[in-house]
Write a new protein. Structure first.
Length: 271
């Protein structure tokens, strides 16, 4: 029999695994079966808000307001709703953007030293960032994404060097990293994925060599008079690497989605 506690635990595990749609399904299932529950409205709202999409933002606001109608002092709802309002465009959603002030003030009155208040303070600093700080933040986000891809490539290189024996498909649903890596290895087997495996094992070297070839090609084109300045043809070496890199990222994303689906099925069966 489902209880509010088991449903919340299910939502938390799915959220940590990156299964935002699964979180919404679990929270809605709990609401349908158990009736209005403040914490489940919070999970439903977060599952929508994390998508950062206009339609999802509207659904998130509905869930936040429904939860606050049951408990106006719920710290998670106040913090999440305030963050949603801070992110809102003041021209397209003036009412939503204006509500951030009242929500923030209420949260700080209730629990000024809480984790929710600290999280909201960080969101407020982000919302007040200037033009140059915004550029630096975006650059930092791209750098983190690049490091994540590089880390995934190193993990793949390690698994391939060990013949795929480092991880197995039955490593356990709870071990997200192991199951995702196992699914990635399985998806990249076969001769057609050989270029992807090579890039995964030697990603840094491949990109460095690619830029050297691009520079040399552009230099040769200019010296032979084919072009008078740097040409897009000199960057043609980037195309195969970009295609292979996108394939690598897509396989990883599919593996993560498969992990979430398996986790969702196991939690549904268990509960």
């Amino acid at each position: 029999m489902m209880t509010a506690e088991t449903c919340q635990s299910r939502c938390e595990q799915l959220f940590l695994a990156g299964g935002h749609a699964a979180v919404r399904r679990a929270a809605q299932e709990g609401l349908d079966e158990l009736g209005p529950q403040v914490d489940l409205y919070c999970w439903l709202a977060l599952g929508h808000a994390v998508e950062d999409d206009d339609d999802h933002d509207d659904r998130a606001e509905e869930a936040f307001r429904a939860g606050l109608a049951l408990d106006a002092d719920h710290l998670g709802l106040l913090a999440g709703y305030a963050e949603l309002c801070l992110r809102a465009d003041s021209f397209e959603h003036p009412g939503r953007a204006a509500r951030a002030v009242d929500l923030s003030r209420r949260l700080k009155e209730l629990a000024p030293r809480s984790a929710e208040a600290e999280q909201l303070a960080a969101a407020e600093r982000w919302a007040r960032r200037g033009y140059w700080e915004d550029i630096r933040m975006k650059a930092a986000v791209r750098a983190v994404a690049g490091r994540d891809t590089e880390a995934q490539a190193r993990a793949l290189a390690q698994d391939l060097a060990q013949g795929g024996g480092a991880v197995t498909s039955d490593a356990g649903i709870a071990d997200r990293d192991a199951t995702v890596r196992a699914a990635t290895i399985a998806a990249l087997s076969g001769p057609w994925n050989a270029p992807v495996r090579v890039l995964g094992r030697h990603r840094t070297v491949a990109w460095s060599l690619c830029f050297v070839l691009c520079f040399l090609t552009n230099t040769l084109l200019r010296q032979t008079g084919v072009v008078t300045s740097f040409s897009v043809w000199g960057w043609i070496w980037l195309v195969p690497l970009l295609v292979v890199d996108r394939r690598f990222a897509a396989v990883r994303k599919e593996a993560e989605a498969d992990h979430v689906a398996r986790l969702e099925a196991e939690l549904a069966e268990r509960h």
